[in-house]
Design a protein. Structure first.
Length: 98
């Protein structure tokens, strides 16, 4: 039962958003909750009852980044080329010390 739950479409989809959510939650949180930033934008930090809205904003932004950037074939090609370029120029430098 638990493996079926974690293997479900919803959980697989949310798992795919984990990296974009990790990257985006901090900067988005700064906009809504950091006193200095939120005071200039909204007059002060958002109240606790705003948290579900913040979570939805993070989720929507993560979906957009995942679909438009992470899954992009062009981005994947560029990352592959950059990895190959770096590997060719750092031969042996990235190995664990014995």
């Amino acid at each position: 039962p638990i493996t079926r739950f974690f293997g479900s479409k919803l959980m697989t989809y949310l798992g795919g958003l984990a990296f974009p959510m990790f990257i985006l939650h901090g900067p988005i949180g700064q906009i809504f909750y950091k006193k200095a930033v939120a005071a200039r934008l909204w007059g002060g930090p958002m109240p606790r009852r705003f948290f579900p809205v913040y979570l939805l904003v993070v989720l929507l932004c993560s979906h957009a980044v995942n679909e438009g950037f992470v899954k992009s074939a062009r981005v994947q090609q560029l990352a592959s080329r950059a990895t190959q370029w770096l590997a060719a120029r750092t031969e042996g430098m990235l190995q664990d010390a014995a």
